[in-house]
Design a protein around this ligand. Structure first.
Ligand SMILES: NC(=O)c1ccc[n+]([C@@H]2O[C@H](COP(=O)([O-])OP(=O)(O)OC[C@H]3O[C@@H](n4cnc5c(N)ncnc54)[C@H](OP(=O)(O)O)[C@@H]3O)[C@@H](O)[C@H]2O)c1
Length: 253
């Protein structure tokens, strides 16, 4: 077990890549603090993990609120006495060109995608620095490097996350390793939401997978395995990096 006796906070754990990460980390023996807004989905995941006899807590809330992030860290310390890492998956979309997108939507996307990660880092770093080898993984996107029609706030927010991860690695190494991951199209509810701008959304999602060199969408588990590698001691010399996991779509151009 790669994460035995280690404690992680996973945001966005109620769905998609965050849920797959929670299940994989539980199988690897981690103690978990899970975050999301949907209480039913959160509690159902807790039951699934408890059946594996692993320790887990679900703390519901909107990560755009600083107190929710403080609560995640406080709960980690009160439940397990330590915090060894973060996997920040929570994220959301908002579609519309720059001229169409309303300013509230711009702020909402930055609040969830960027401010929330800053808040969690701010609350967690004092605890992470107490550990010998802590690790943070931040889910950005290939949208940090590649534009998508009508995704200005999403793309800009994801580029900000790549920079924030790199900056945290510089300021808090060697004790805390920080890396970002940049998935391409992964089969989760979010990609189906992003496809509503197309005349045939289902066809657009299928085409996004077929358009990769691997000719399929990524699975949430593909990304969870990368998060596991980066948080584990197998990646002990990797920090300040950005890992693309996209079936080869950026290489294809
Ligand atoms: N799917 C893709 O193709 C793709 C590609 C590249 C990057 N990404 C990124 O991967 C990450 C995970 O997305 P996913 O594809 O797995 O999507 P998903 O299945 O829609 O999951 C999104 C998760 O984020 C949580 N969340 C959203 N807003 C939140 C908020 N304000 N407060 C707390 N939790 C919030 C949701 O929780 P609740 O529903 O419980 O609120 C949910 O657990 C996101 O950052 C996304 O931008 C996705």
């Amino acid at each position: 077990m790669k994460l035995k006796n280690k404690t992680f906070i996973i945001t966005g754990a109620t769905s998609g890549m965050g849920k797959a990460t929670a299940l994989l980390f539980a199988r690897e023996g981690a103690n978990l603090i899970l975050s999301g807004r949907d209480i039913d989905r959160g509690e159902s995941l807790v039951h699934e993990i408890q059946e594996m006899a692993e320790e887990v807590h679900f703390i519901p809330g909107d990560v755009g609120e600083i107190d929710v992030n403080r609560r995640l860290v406080a709960n980690s310390i009160s439940s397990y006495g330590q915090l060894d890492g973060l996997v920040c998956h929570a994220g959301e979309l908002g579609l519309g060109s720059i001229t169409d997108l309303d300013i509230d939507t711009w702020h909402r996307i930055f609040r969830t995608n960027v401010d929330a990660v800053f808040y969690l880092l701010k609350a967690a770093l004092p605890e992470l620095l107490k550990r010998e080898r802590a690790s943070v993984v931040i889910n950005a996107s290939i949208a940090a490097f590649k534009s998508f029609p009508n995704h200005p706030a999403y793309c800009a927010s994801k580029a900000a996350l790549v920079a924030l991860a790199r900056q945290a690695a510089v300021d808090y190494g060697p004790g805390v390793r920080v890396n970002s991951i940049c998935p391409g199209p992964v089969d989760t509810p979010l990609i189906h939401a992003s496809a509503v701008a197309f005349p045939d959304p289902a066809k657009a999602v299928t085409a996004a997978g077929e358009n990769t060199l691997m000719q399929r969408l990524g699975t949430p588990e593909d990304v969870a395995k990368l998060a596991l590698f980066l948080t584990s001691d197998d990646a002990s010399w990797i920090t300040g990096s950005c890992y693309v996991i996209d079936g080869g779509i950026l290489a294809k151009g």
